[in-house]
Design a protein. Structure first.
Length: 286
């Protein structure tokens, strides 16, 4: 079993899982927050159109790498590996296919073509969705799932991280019970993608592709955020199928498609012997 991302034995407060999680979250989220707060002080929107998400992403990644180096005394192999291009490409392809499958099912209830949004919408959507995919995957999979896994094992850590991922989206506009359930299932999907490879590239690719194709290409609301993209498409079917204001993440079609993909990825993780039982010992203290 290749469980390469457990921190080594530690003493003092860092032997506690919660402490390690808090320190890692601070290392990632603090620089991100500072960049976003600072950029909001710039009155001219044109001057803060693209660079804040890119800078925040770079500093969030740097904070994670620094924390892993200092706290766990290792290189963050979950953001390395010679296969990262292949895994990222696979993630982009899989995320696109999953969204298109859901969109095709939702379109059976009716859809309306509203026009062409223009190519200028793509760069903004691309930078924003890159930021969301990278930072959320580092936080929920690189930190919460990976570190919790040492104390409670893969299955429990997967469930906990997915539940937290779903709860984090509850304040979003248009949220429904089905939206929360689907977001939790999406958290399971992303966690399964991490466990299947023990790297973050596959899950980052899936996450980015789903969001970018949804918002940046078809202008569909994404997790309650309005889409402003290249093509203006609106679904006209019942809310249980279209997801309403929350977007296709609140569609029953999404529940089916993501559940099937999650089961397949978990099967790959099991075949690769990447699912870890709970490990005992003082260094796994919660």
């Amino acid at each position: 079993m290749d469980i390469a991302h457990y921190p080594p034995a530690t003493t003092g407060l860092t032997r506690f899982t919660v402490v390690r999680i808090v320190l890692a979250l601070l290392a990632v989220c603090l620089p991100v927050a500072l960049v976003l707060i600072a950029s909001n002080q710039i009155a001219d929107k044109a001057l803060r159109a693209y660079w804040p998400p890119l800078l925040a992403t770079a500093l969030g990644v740097a904070g994670y790498l620094y924390c892993v180096r200092k706290l766990e005394q290792r290189v963050a192999s979950e953001l390395g590996g010679v296969a990262f291009r292949r895994e990222l490409a696979m993630g982009l392809g899989l995320g696109t296919l999953l969204f298109l499958a859901v969109m095709a099912l939702a379109a059976t209830g009716g859809s309306q073509w509203l026009g062409f949004g223009g190519w200028g919408t793509l760069p903004k959507s691309l930078t924003e969705m890159l930021f969301v995919a990278v930072i959320e995957e580092i936080v929920f999979r690189g930190v919460l799932l990976r570190i919790t896994e040492r104390a409670v094992g893969s299955w429990a850590a997967l469930i906990v991280s997915a539940l937290l991922f779903g709860l984090a989206h509850v304040p979003n506009d248009g949220v429904t019970a089905l939206a929360v359930i689907n977001t939790v299932v999406a958290g399971l999907l992303f966690g399964a993608a991490y466990l299947a490879t023990r790297r973050l590239w596959l899950t980052i690719g899936i996450h980015f592709a789903w969001n970018f194709v949804s918002s940046g290409v078809f202008s569909v609301p994404t997790s309650g955020n309005p889409g402003h993209g290249l093509l203006q498409l609106q679904f006209t079917g019942p809310k249980w199928l279209t997801g309403g204001a929350y977007g296709l993440e609140a569609s029953a079609a999404t529940l089916v498609v993501l559940a099937v993909a999650t089961a397949w990825l978990l099967r790959q993780a099991r075949r690769a012997h990447h699912l870890a039982p709970r490990r005992g010992g003082k260094n796994t203290t919660l």
